[in-house]
Design a binder for this molecule. Sequence first.
Ligand code: GLN
Length: 327
Amino acid sequence: MASPFRSYLNDLYNKHRGLKKGRVADYIPELALASADSFGICVVSTDGQTFEVGDCDKTFTIQSISKAFVFGLALEDHGRKYVNSKVGMEPTGEAFNSIILDEATNRPYNPMVNSGAIATTDLIKGRNGTERLKRILEMFGRYTGRAHDINVPVFLSEKETGHRNRAMAFLMLNFSMVSEKIDETLDLYFQQCSMLVNAKDLAMMSATLANGGVNPVTGIRAIEERYVQDVISLMLTCGMYDASGEWAYRVGIPAKSGVAGGITAVASGKLGIGIYSPPLDAKGNSTRGIKVCEEISRDFGLHMFNTATPKHDLVTWMNGDHDSLGW
Ligand code: GLN
């Protein structure tokens, strides 16, 4: 018998697949090739159940979603005190690629904007670029339970056209915010953004965070437990670009989005959501992704500050069958 949660996701998918709002990112030609109709929703519970509908196996580049997870790896490499001294924890209220730095503390504002993400990638240990990239890819593999590749054309076009990121990196080098190996770090940053994932991977990644850092299907630890809250709290305050405040208010599930149309959202102790839908709103967040997360949050009471009885009980809907709910 089908789980009611599965039917719920099917209905949600059908309700929003026709939404025509938003534009596919085209700042590099490779990204503009994505279909505006692609749409996948995946939910993984902390007890390892997977629910999916739509294009959940279609791969796309992770882009800015990588920032949250690489921040976790930097914390493991150096500890909280050092990482905090290199990159702050304040939202900027500005676009993700804005050229602003916290001059008072000589740091970029947070690890979720490009400047902070480049400074975070700079912290990833390894003897050379290859070893550092391998460590990043292996880290993602622990979250998702599978091996990951880079989309080389996307990487090369990010690198070719990434003058703004390069300018920001050199500005940070000028202020001694990042180390001298800036060319290697920029390559690494463009490579991490160009890593291929699907909606299932994004759900598994956030389910792993929701599960205290252990992948709920493989049982493999992806990040030390003590750093899980660092990653999730900055996703809440800074993860949805300059729409993070509105997201926290309306959806209340810490999340991170990327320009290829992915969103990963963490309901701690409960589940992870992964969405793929390329059309973006003016702030760079997936338009269908926002709708879907908002509805799931509302219907199952997943807003982190919700105390009211939700419309549907999550556990019953995930584990029950239609008959038990009187369908
Ligand atoms: N690679 C992109 C950049 O650095 C990532 C942007 C994003 O997903 N917001 O511009």
